[in-house]
Design a binder for this molecule. Structure first.
Ligand SMILES: CC(C)(COP(=O)(O)OP(=O)(O)OC[C@H]1O[C@@H](n2cnc3c(N)ncnc32)[C@H](O)[C@@H]1OP(=O)(O)O)[C@@H](O)C(=O)NCCC(=O)NCCS
Length: 167
């Protein structure tokens, strides 16, 4: 089993994570977004090309005001930097049949590695996510994501990811 970019030959028609928004996205929208350079989509496929899980990444940004003061100090951001570069982990879902097998964690680790490579090449302060519900937020929290102030959006600094991967 491997994680590869979404291609025409993949079979995502039966994908069912029990989250209709995420299921509709991989079936109807993901390929078009990739084609238009709006996001990258990576899938965990079996040996017949059936999609077992997927995630998406795209360029984004976060406003300085949303970041906790402690973190601003820790990251030593210059005071005049307001709009900060980030990578959006837009969607991540595992087919119900494969829940609890470690695929979600595998995908997240793969996303961390790709984001770190991108950040090393072009600079990015953090990965951000908009969890779809409390359960998704709990999943992201387990892996070090923190809530932005006054928002359901969560983020993890690239610095933390670099330390995780290089430790
Ligand atoms: C959330 C989701 C991605 C988890 O995928 P998964 O493959 O079932 O998770 P894994 O088997 O990789 O679990 C890895 C670890 O996270 C934990 N975990 C899984 N789902 C969790 C949740 N919702 N909250 C807290 N912890 C969770 C597991 O217990 C496991 O912990 P352990 O290593 O200490 O045993 C999956 O359930 C899913 O697709 N849900 C619907 C869509 C969704 O919520 N997407 C999230 C982003 S919007």
């Amino acid at each position: 089993m491997e994680i590869v970019p979404l291609e025409k030959q993949h079979d995502q028609e039966r994908f069912n994570s029990n989250t209709p928004l995420l299921d509709e996205y991989i079936k109807k929208q993901a390929s078009q977004d990739v084609k238009r350079d709006l996001s990258a989509c990576y899938v965990l496929q079996d040996n017949e090309g059936i999609v077992l899980a997927y995630y998406t990444l795209s360029s984004n940004s976060i406003q300085r005001e949303g970041l906790p003061v402690e973190l601003l100090k820790k990251l030593r951001l210059p005071p005049n930097y307001q709009n900060l570069p980030a990578i959006m982990l837009g969607r991540l879902a595992v087919d119900l049949k494969h829940k609890g097998k470690g695929y979600g964690k595998f995908l997240l680790q793969d996303a961390f590695e790709k984001c770190l490579l991108a950040a090393d090449a072009i600079g990015s302060l953090a990965i951000i996510v908009d969890p779809i519900d409390d359960s998704a937020a709990a999943f992201y929290k387990k892996y070090g994501f923190i809530h932005l102030e006054s928002s359901s959006r969560m983020f993890i600094p690239m610095k933390t990811i670099r330390e995780l991967i290089n430790s």
